[in-house]
Design a protein around this ligand. Structure first.
Ligand SMILES: [Zn+2]
Length: 387
């Protein structure tokens, strides 16, 4: 047992730089040739990919895949087809809305605009399956509210039909309906590591293990993936009780989910946020405290959602530290995390504490701490969403 622990700890040393591994050990950041630079909040993409990228409706995502490019092209085509374009005379006339109060879902990437006109400013580009409150309808435009702000979306890209969340394997991507805001909870790691490799980011030539084994308690011998899941399940229940909808990447330990798979669950669902729950580790047993992780502003894949991710990371970290009394060791910005690089929705990693510190390890093993952690993370999400 001691020997096994020593071997594990040696492994952890290698991963220490990224804390518990997060399944994403530190690596060299590659500036891919596919890198795209976002130049404004509206999601306009310029740079290397610009020649082949439709400009006006590009999702503010730096990690466009071939499939996405196709989708975007279609969106652009649809929005600019002469038949669909608002004729000049109707642009001038005010659009009359019939009041409604319903939840609608985005059927494809589409622009959220400041006015019901193709000439108006784009506030942001909405991802597929994002839910919105619709307050008014007209033939061509819907008036919607997102995060308390009014905007307008072409009506043909909205549906009242709730999107089906795909399950890429049984026991993963489990959906729980609870409200308009959808949060994906990812309990880090799983019972078996996956050593075969996957790209560290979309289009990246840097390959990393699909999922690392995680760490183990220096005092308790608790396995990180089990603690992560316990907190994740409590967080699920807490969020449902607060009126959120939740997707769990996993609810059992015996799954095969790579870090890309986990990000894709959130992407496909068009989640409003994703929280990834982990425990940290360090070679020094004295190192303590909670840490939040997100990408840097320069991340070639997801730098465009950096501000949202940072805001989410700070909110979740603060909530967690307040509820648990953990020392707040701040936010670590890194572009080495596969799960972050692939994620197209605001996401964060919360490292709840160090399993290499005997005190923190022992506390994290208690149900009391796990409950506090769940409540704290939920408080952080409330804060992020302004609830
Ligand atoms: Zn971890």
């Amino acid at each position: 047992m001691k020997k096994k622990l020593a071997v594990l700890l040696t492994g952890i040393l290698l991963l220490a730089a990224v804390g518990c591994g997060n399944a994403d050990s530190a690596g060299t950041k590659t500036a891919d040739s596919t890198k795209q630079t976002e130049t404004e909040a509206g999601g306009t993409i310029s740079g290397a990919g610009a020649a082949t990228q439709p400009v006006t409706t590009s999702e503010p995502s730096g990690e466009t895949t071939a499939a996405e490019t196709t989708a975007q092209t279609e969106t652009t085509a649809a929005e600019t087809t002469p038949a669909e374009t608002t004729p000049p005379e109707t642009t001038a006339a005010p659009v009359v809305f019939q009041d409604v109060d319903e939840t609608v879902y985005v059927t494809d990437r589409v622009n959220l605009r400041t006015a019901p006109s193709l000439d108006s400013e784009i506030k942001e580009v909405l991802s597929k399956n994002v839910s919105l409150k619709r307050t008014g309808t007209s033939e061509e435009w819907s008036r919607v509210v997102l995060n308390g702000e009014e905007g307008f979306v072409s009506a043909k890209y909205l549906t009242t039909e709730k999107p089906k969340v795909s399950e890429n394997q049984s026991g993963t991507g489990i959906y729980h309906e609870g409200g308009d805001i959808l949060v994906v909870i990812d309990a880090g790691h799983q019972s078996k590591q996956m050593t075969d490799k996957e790209p560290n980011g979309p289009g990246s030539s840097t390959m990393k293990a699909k999922v690392a084994s995680g760490t183990e308690g220096v005092s308790t011998g608790n396995e990180e993936y089990k603690i992560n899941l316990k907190v994740a399940l409590l967080l699920r229940d807490e969020l449902l009780s607060r009126g959120y909808s939740v997707i769990m990447t996993r609810e059992t330990n015996d799954v095969k989910l790579s870090n890309v798979d986990r990000a894709q669950i959130a992407n496909e669902a068009g989640a409003d946020a994703m929280v990834r729950i982990h425990c940290n580790s360090s070679e020094k047993s004295s190192v303590k405290g909670a840490l939040g992780i997100c990408q840097s502003a320069d991340n070639p894949y997801c730098g465009d959602i950096y501000k949202k991710c940072l805001k989410l990371t700070k909110a979740v970290l603060n909530g967690h530290c307040e509820a648990t009394g953990r020392k707040n060791t701040g936010v670590w910005e890194t572009d080495t995390m596969t799960g972050t690089n692939w994620c197209e929705v605001p996401n964060t990693i919360i490292e709840m504490g160090y399993m290499s510190n005997p005190d923190e390890d022992e506390r994290m093993g208690t149900e009391e701490f796990q409950r506090q952690a769940a409540i704290g993370i939920a408080d952080g999400l409330d804060d992020y969403f302004g609830r």
